[in-house]
Design a protein. Structure first.
Length: 135
């Protein structure tokens, strides 16, 4: 059975790293990734690396990305997700001495990229949920 789901955590990290003043801390991302690795039984620390790389790329380019039309933000997400998942897969392949790149991974990348517009719209419409006001 082929179980494919969008990577909502990865997409959320990208979105919040692009938003001004809401970038998740690297410590939080490291702990979140370690928890994910423990639950999934993956190489400890690999998901932390994945999450931090997504955050660093998005936050480094946040000014340029936030001022662009959505299509360019979506393209940046697609390039970032493909690059980071490719790095993660290569590291896991080298560590496990196997080939972990398969059709399910391709579908998961594609589903994540295709689902991002809905998540972006939801978060963008509700972004004041996540910001602290100085009231």
């Amino acid at each position: 059975t082929l179980m494919v789901k969008p990577d909502i955590i990865l997409m959320s990290i990208f979105f919040f790293s692009v938003l001004e003043d809401t970038r998740p801390s690297h410590i939080f991302l490291m702990l979140l990734g370690l928890l994910d690795d423990l639950i999934s039984g993956s190489l400890t620390g690999i998901t932390s690396l994945e999450y931090i790389l997504i955050s660093v790329f998005a936050s480094t380019n946040k000014k340029a990305l936030w001022e662009q039309k959505f299509k360019l933000v979506w393209l940046a997400l697609a390039i970032t997700v493909v690059a980071v998942v490719l790095v993660k897969t290569i590291v896991l392949n080298l560590y496990n001495h196997t080939n972990l790149f398969n059709i399910a991974l391709l579908f998961e990348i594609a589903i994540s990229i295709l689902c991002y517009p809905a998540l972006h719209l939801l978060f963008y419409k509700k972004k004041n949920w996540f910001t602290v006001s100085d009231a």
